[in-house]
Write a protein of this length. Structure first.
Ligand SMILES: [Fe+2]
Length: 256
């Protein structure tokens, strides 16, 4: 634990792992050992001494394979820090609920919630169907307004286009305008952390910075409008969040 001079609040160290895409069993997925890739991130030196671990969706390979959730939840049993999970478009909340403790976090089939840690508030929204529902947006705006300090937001889909030809064309969030209209009114939100795009990027949407976190499964070439694997090396993110600053780094391990 360390403190910024003159400040009371602890600097929180948050690890973000995204788009793990674990399969039903341990077979290679498109030739990639996705379990080994996940472990490279989870066990990396950079993820030591975390205050919070976030899994930001697409835990399962394609369609909420229970074997993926069994594997991840078994691993997380030994995790010494709190873990916040949100679903991605390849997950199903109703299946995840059987393997992860999502009590109080699921409303009308969507997994969204606020998590308070050391006097700070972090929000998690559900974009499994490619949208952030109106219910979630109004809840988020109302809840964020109750907090004076800066907040953070995690969701699976970037609430913007990201100059990624393949993903922007086929798999972008479907209600970007509506989501950004709400975000623009949330003045205590400066940083949003997402996944889904399988590459690393930073996008300034005016009122907020969107940090796109790479996948542990594999990376997709942003310069091609068709699917093109750019790397099978896993990537992940570490965030250090203090009272008046936020620093974040992305790490990649060597190609397996
Ligand atoms: Fe996704």
């Amino acid at each position: 634990m360390f403190y910024v001079e003159g400040m009371e609040k602890k600097v929180l160290k948050i690890g973000q792992i995204s788009d793990i895409h674990i399969g039903e069993d341990a077979s290679l997925m498109q030739g990639i050992d996705v379990r080994k890739n996940f472990l490279a991130a989870y066990c990396s030196e950079s993820m030591k001494d975390l205050d919070l671990l976030v899994l930001s969706g697409d835990l399962a390979y394609e369609n909420a394979e229970p074997g993926a959730y069994v594997y991840i939840s078994n691993l997380l049993k030994d995790c010494k820090v709190p873990v916040c999970i949100i679903p991605g478009n390849h997950d199903k909340v109703e299946v995840m609920e059987k393997y992860f403790d999502l009590k109080g976090k699921v409303h009308n089939g969507k997994c969204y919630y606020r998590y308070d840690i050391d006097g700070r508030s972090i929000f998690f929204l559900d974009s499994t169907d490619g949208t952030v529902s109106a219910d979630q947006l109004s809840w988020f705006e109302e809840e964020a307004a109750k907090i004076e300090d800066e907040i953070l937001l995690f969701l699976h889909h970037p609430p913007c286009h990201c100059d990624h030809k393949f993903m922007d064309l086929r798999y972008a969030m479907k209600n970007i305008e509506e989501v950004q209209a709400t975000l623009a009114r949330v003045k205590n939100l400066k940083h949003i952390f997402v996944g889904h795009y399988h590459y690393e990027s930073v996008v300034d949407i005016g009122n907020q910075i969107v940090h796109v976190t790479p996948s542990t499964q594999m990376q997709i070439d942003p310069s091609k409008s068709f699917f093109c694997l750019s790397s099978a090396a896993p990537g992940w993110r570490v965030i250090e969040w203090g009272e008046n600053f936020l620093e974040t780094s992305v790490y990649f391990s060597k190609t397996p």
